[in-house]
Design a protein around this ligand. Structure first.
Ligand code: ARG
Length: 464
């Protein structure tokens, strides 16, 4: 390989002096894009194979390139590789090492490509792999939640609106609400995989190339469904990364809601759950404490994941076509968000899997707060023929009386009930129990134990 005039050995030909130290500092991406080494090597191997097949480089050179790249792969994997900031990024670090290893043939690898399509390809490969992992991780969490739902399809807890006791629900139903959310998160990730499954390699710097390359072959080699159709778009597009970040942000938001509930439920005031020792921590000063740190951190990760989405949206906003160096700032945000979400999902899986459900505390809380008032109103509609609005009003007065007497609805005497409405009979007591209340909610999507069992069966099949 012909060595440079000065400075960078890859592009230094026209430069009289090397970069300023600050230039190197702002320009170098090797400290983070080294994460892409496996993808970069896979891309280069596919490219070299194609160049040889098309007669653009010799079979002998392609062989040498491939063997050299394999050596580099094992050097990096085993931690023996020496990364250099002067070589800026992962692409040039690898190519330079290849040149040390195999000499002149290394210089032929960059024929008919540019770092612009190279980095777009590497990053797509990385994002795609990450999306598959994310999708898997979501499935694992859904399985744990479905297990909990199955164990607790008839465990009664208060259902809340405005965080005020609203109507009794089953804990299994509550768990399956999250399964629904995580299933949509998974489908968002899976949709994104289909959308981004095109290979940009061969778009070259921005305009394509005059060499007779075979982009379909390269796309296949790398596991993409086809090559991208527009060279400008190929090197400019990062919306596959935005798709990951947007899906990650929505998923993190879902996680944060579950995390928040776990924090609340584990307080002595709620006492609905007990966290396992393995997913909580103690206080260095207050010996009685057991803190829900894992859930709190899951809740907090949402901040940095959402931050990453906003960061990349802002980097891309207003960027003219095609490649600009701004786009080098795409990686850290994505790496950080992906890592944060992975650990958040895994931690949540542990927290949920290990937590003990205090069914008695849940049942007790479900029975307080007049949570079956709606059931009485419904009974008045069904059995006494009242319009719902009137039934609502009558029940409101029953609640007010119970409050005044300091009792729950079931503890009011028939006389007291009839003093508010004469059509109330003994039969009304049946609907006042929380057990009967949840059992009656059999409408599709409702909370009854029967429904929950059915839904558990549905998810078991889907999650297989
Ligand atoms: N390190 C660069 C990045 O991550 C690679 C592409 C550089 N292309 C260029 N024309 N300078 O975006």
């Amino acid at each position: 390989m012909s060595k440079p005039g000065s400075g960078n050995q890859m592009w230094g030909g026209r430069f009289a002096t090397g970069p300023d130290a600050i230039m190197e500092e702002i320009n170098a991406s090797i400290d983070f894009d080294r994460k892409l080494y496996a993808q970069d090597i896979a891309g280069s191997k596919a490219h070299a194979k194609m160049l040889a097949q098309q007669g653009i480089i010799s079979k002998k050179d392609a062989k040498q390139i491939s063997v050299g790249l394999d050596t580099i792969l094992s050097e990096i994997s085993s931690g023996k590789f020496k990364f250099s900031r002067a070589l800026e990024d992962i692409h040039m670090n690898i190519e330079s090492r290849l040149s040390d290893l195999i000499g002149e043939a290394a210089g032929r690898l960059h024929t008919a490509r540019s770092r612009n399509d190279q980095v777009a390809t590497d990053f797509r490969l990385w994002v795609k792999q990450t999306m598959f992992a994310l999708s898997d991780n979501l499935t694992q969490l859904m399985k744990v939640l479905t297990d909990k739902a199955e164990q607790h399809c008839d465990t009664i807890m208060p259902g809340f609106t405005h965080l005020q006791s609203a109507q009794p629900v089953t804990f299994g139903h509550h768990c399956l609400a999250y399964v629904e959310m995580f299933a949509r998160d998974k489908s968002r990730v899976n949709d994104a995989i289909v959308r981004m499954n095109e290979c940009p390699l061969g778009a070259a710097a921005l305009a394509g190339t005059g060499f007779d390359i075979d982009r379909v072959m390269v796309a296949k080699e790398l596991g993409f469904s086809s090559p991208t159709r527009n060279s400008l778009d190929s090197v400019s597009d990062r919306d596959f990364a935005l798709d990951l970040l947007a899906s990650a942000s929505i998923c993190a938001t879902h996680l944060s809601r579950l995390a928040e509930e776990i924090v609340l439920w584990s307080t002595p005031q709620f006492g609905f759950i007990t966290l396992s020792d393995s997913f909580s921590t103690g206080s260095s000063i207050m010996p009685q404490k057991k803190n829900p740190d894992a859930a709190e951190l899951v809740r907090a990760k949402t901040g940095r994941i959402n931050g990453s989405l906003v960061a990349l949206l802002t980097v891309l906003k207003g960027l003219p076509l095609s490649y600009s160096k701004d786009m080098q700032e795409d990686k850290e945000a994505v790496f950080d968000a992906a890592e944060s979400l992975e650990v958040a999902l895994s931690a949540m899986r542990g927290v949920v899997g290990d937590m003990a459900i205090n069914t008695q505390a849940m049942r007790l809380a479900a029975g307080s707060g007049h949570a079956t008032a709606t059931d009485l109103a419904d009974w008045l509609v069904r059995e006494a023929g009242l319009p719902f609005r009137e039934a609502h009003h009558v029940t409101g007065r029953v609640v007010a009386l119970a409050e005044k007497q300091g009792v729950i609805l079931e503890e009011l005497t028939l006389e007291q009930l009839q003093s508010i409405h004469p059509k109330i009979t003994n039969a009304a007591y049946n609907v006042l129990s929380v057990e009967n209340s949840v059992a009656s909610r059999k409408s599709f999507g409702g909370t009854s134990p029967k429904n929950v069992k059915q839904q558990v069966r549905y998810w078991r099949k889907r999650l297989k």
